[in-house]
Write a protein that binds this ligand. Sequence first.
Ligand code: SF4
Length: 316
Amino acid sequence: MGELIKVNALKKYFPCGGKMLKAVDDVSFTLQPGETLGLVGESGSGKSTLGRAILRLHEPDGGHIFFEGEDLLKLSKEELRIKRRYMQIIFQDPLASLNPQMSIGHAIEDPLIVHKLGSAHERKEKVDELLEIVGIGSKFRNSFPYEFSGGQQQRVGIARALALNPKFIVCDEPVSALDVSIQAQIISLLIDLRERYNLTYLFIAHDLGVVKYVSNRVAVMYLGKIVQIGSKEEVFRNPLHPYTKAIISSVPKIPWDGKPIRRYKTLKGEIPSPIDLPPGCRFRSRCPVAKRVCAENEPELREVASGHWVACHLSS
Ligand code: SF4
């Protein structure tokens, strides 16, 4: 089966004090239909910028984004508007993404109106169906976002993202702002919807436990670059990149006595300024195993096992 999304050498830079902040710097990956790629990394690694650049919510500065074989960067504004129907986003803060003066029914119907889809009656039926599917209930269609809890607001955000029958959804930290008890419900809903509609997700999160649960493959980002990408099993079993090792090891383990412990020391060393990156590997100031070569050459992603790629001079 052909890939749904192919991102090739994508770049997104922001001017900053006369220099360029390389938020996304030469990133490539593919996504198969129905697949979920988990994207992890610290704040400032470029995860959200990458998700938005793929949807052209941030206009990329270079590279290509193919959606079903068509280069999105070559589309006119009108062509892109039509194509966007199939590519949606779920935001971290559901309340901020909803208009407080719009009822939730209207908020979900709005994309259908914008895309001139269905009669008023058909749109109402669709909205009611979506409200049932996400577990809110159609009787609440005239309620306003502030009347709901954070988890319910995120369910509305999900219904809105589903309104146009998308194929691809960027889930941009969709549970980070929610209570832990609610996170599992939203994750479970997203998984159900993926199975039901064969959705493809780019699932951005900083919680590795969530990513491990949801994803088929995992990509690790550091300062604008993917440093490791592979199947979930490979990346977690074999975290070859020292940064991947560090973030996986820093997840608290729960031993028999129930007291969370950390088995790995917190990463030491300064994070280089993203507007003034040093030559060589951009992780070297924090890398516990850096060698001289790391200061001289920037490591490229290399395939170390089938479908498992790592950007580190010392990984093999
Ligand atoms: Fe560490 Fe060198 Fe590998 Fe970079 S290339 S992660 S500095 S060992």
